[in-house]
Design a protein around this ligand. Structure first.
Ligand SMILES: C[S@@+](CC[C@H](N)C(=O)[O-])C[C@H]1O[C@@H](n2cnc3c(N)ncnc32)[C@H](O)[C@@H]1O
Length: 154
């Protein structure tokens, strides 16, 4: 998993999460070990790496969310790594939402140590069976991100 601990990951964990440089590796391994069940990709350290900046449309997404004040929901956000990346890239937190089948964001709070400052609204919901918390957002999102998500249904 060492290859996942890139400069980009360090640039998040050191200044944003206040993890000392010499502790980054130990911290990342500790969180990933906790994350192991039930997703195999978590065990490979995928939660450390944000997916959204790899999208060809990422600049367009940022313009929509940062410059135009648009809203974004991350469906299947897991622990919220992409949402932190958007915040790093100046997205207003109030405009960001994350959903997942189960609460994985507590893991994100452990990884990024930001429970006291993260304002993103997380919604625990089965996307195939929307609840009222999700339904109130219907028609209000400018961007719906679903990275590494649709493969759940093959
Ligand atoms: C591989 S992770 C993707 C994490 C992140 N989006 C990324 O790009 O790395 C897939 C996520 O989809 C969530 N998921 C699976 N089925 C779901 C459902 N029916 N409703 C909501 N989330 C679901 C899982 O809990 C898991 O966190």
């Amino acid at each position: 998993m060492d290859h996942r601990i890139t400069l980009g990951v360090r640039h998040t964990l050191e200044p944003y999460s206040n993890v000392r440089p010499e502790d980054v590796k130990r911290h990342a391994y500790a969180i990933v070990t906790w994350a192991l069940p039930p997703w195999p990709c978590a065990g490979l350290g995928s939660l450390l790496t944000s997916t959204i900046p790899q999208l060809p449309l990422y600049t367009t997404i940022l313009m929509k969310v940062v410059q135009s004040g648009g809203t974004l929901i991350d469906v299947g956000c897991y622990c919220g790594t992409d949402l932190r990346r958007l915040i790093f890239d100046a997205a207003p937190q109030d405009n960001l939402f994350g959903t997942d089948l189960v609460n994985q964001w507590d893991l994100g709070f452990e990884l990024f140590r930001d429970q006291d400052k993260l304002q993103v609204k997380f919604i625990e919901v089965d996307i195939l069976n929307p609840n009222t918390e999700l339904e109130v957002l219907n028609g209000k999102m400018d961007v719906i991100s679903a990275t590494h998500f649709l493969h759940n249904w093959n």
